[in-house]
Design a binder for this molecule. Structure first.
Ligand SMILES: Cc1ncc(COP(=O)(O)O)c(C=O)c1O
Length: 386
């Protein structure tokens, strides 16, 4: 067997959690473990893509992304988040995933440390490790509602720490971090010369008047934030693989070195679909988020009727993160038993690190309401039986 690169052999294998456990099983499984939008991509986005294909937009194009799309994205970030990026500070990527990889490769090297805030999004781990750096987990506390307290993160900063990965709104907890929480992190980043890699894939999916605050807009943060965004969740475009990075032009050249070596650029004609998404009617996006809100309300109300289960309403994203500690079951045992005994696939909170122990992550965005209701009936029977 030829020798493999150390960056590969020293990177942990990707863990697919309960999805892998459920794979290939027969029976009527209800999949609430994957964060996949249930809706179809809106028609005007598909039509714009088909039209671009028909018009012959099938060739190489701008390495950084179509200029018209980058301009529209810069305008959108200005309107939504009050940020002031130029089109030259936007890079269109293959989903948020490619942006996260580019950020890790551009910033981190052998011996560096990157902090992930726990419960953490597991797919960021591999990017840090492939860059040769080490993941350090900084846990937020369930008892304090997973509040982002700077001292929890500060305790893990060493002179090797280069970056903090922030996921806001948070997957898996559904927290939308408030301005005060983010200001605390921003002050720490400035004081300790850290870059915040800010995953904002759920920024458009917030409920009950919660407001998404982009950390890049806080004092001192424009020059030390790499903002990661995607069309994936809010526009129901997960299979399209479309996202973008917004970062100070001091980072752009380094990030492009990664993305252009990887894939040259993102598929030309789907970028026309992305342009239709950002410039299209706001009502379409609002309609999609309304659907998530309805599904959230259904799931949260039902979970709170189950013995031993307590579920605060998530402020954003598409996950309920119920606390099941009162049942005495570990998160993993509960998820495995739920799969075995009910055919409902949920993820164990511990899949998101030790900070998620005692919780389950239940995606309410991936199934229609009648299937969610069926899943809740099965879960109710399970918790009643315990
Ligand atoms: C927090 C977070 N970041 C990134 C992604 C992946 O985004 P994309 O499909 O755009 O690469 C997901 C998908 O579940 C996610 O939950």
């Amino acid at each position: 067997m030829p020798r493999l690169a150390r960056r590969i052999t020293s990177t942990s294998a990707k863990d697919f959690g309960m999805f892998a456990r459920a794979h290939g099983r027969g029976g009527d499984l209800i999949h609430l473990e994957l964060g996949r939008p249930v809706e179809d991509t809106p028609a005007h986005i598909k039509e714009a893509t088909i039209a671009a294909l028909r018009a012959g937009h099938v060739h190489y194009s701008d390495l950084q992304g179509l200029p018209a799309l980058r301009s529209a994205l810069a305008r959108r970030l200005a309107e939504r988040d009050g940020l002031d990026y130029g089109p030259d500070e936007i890079i269109v990527t293959n989903g948020l995933t490619q942006g996260a990889f580019a950020a890790a490769m551009a910033l981190l090297e052998e011996g560096d440390e990157a902090i992930l805030i726990g419960p953490h999004y597991p797919q960021h781990v591999g990017k840090v490790e492939l860059a040769g750096a080490r993941v350090v987990l900084a846990a937020t506390d369930a008892a304090a509602g997973f509040r982002l307290r700077p001292e929890l993160i500060a305790a893990h900063v060493t002179d090797r720490t280069r970056a903090v990965f922030l996921v806001n709104p948070c997957n898996p907890t559904g927290r939308v971090y408030g301005r005060d929480e983010l200001e605390g992190l921003a002050r720490l980043a400035v004081a300790r010369d850290l870059v915040v890699i800010s995953d904002e894939v759920y920024a458009d999916i917030v409920y009950d008047g919660a407001r998404h605050v982009a950390i890049a807009g806080l004092p001192g943060m424009r020059s030390r934030t790499i903002g990661l965004h995607a069309f994936t969740k809010a526009y129901a475009m997960d299979g399209w693989r479309l996202g973008y990075i917004a970062a100070d032009r001091a980072f752009t050249g380094a990030l492009l070195k990664v993305t252009t070596n990887e894939v040259t650029h993102v598929n030309t004609f789907i970028q026309h679909g992305a342009l239709a998404a950002v410039t299209g009617p706001a009502a379409v996006l609002e309609g999609l988020v309304d659907g998530d809100r309805r599904r959230r309300d259904l799931v949260v109300a039902r979970l709170n009727q189950m013995p031993g289960v307590r579920c605060p309403a998530p402020e954003g994203a598409i996950y309920a993160f119920p606390d099941i500690r009162a049942t005495g079951l570990s998160a993993r045992d509960a998820a495995l038993r739920i799969l075995e005994e009910t055919g409902v696939v949920v993820e164990a909170g511990s899949f998101y690190g030790p900070a998620g122990e005692g919780h389950l992550r239940i995606c309410f965005g991936a199934e229609p309401e009648h299937r969610l209701a069926e899943a809740m009936d099965r879960l109710q029977a399970f918790f009643n039986r315990l």
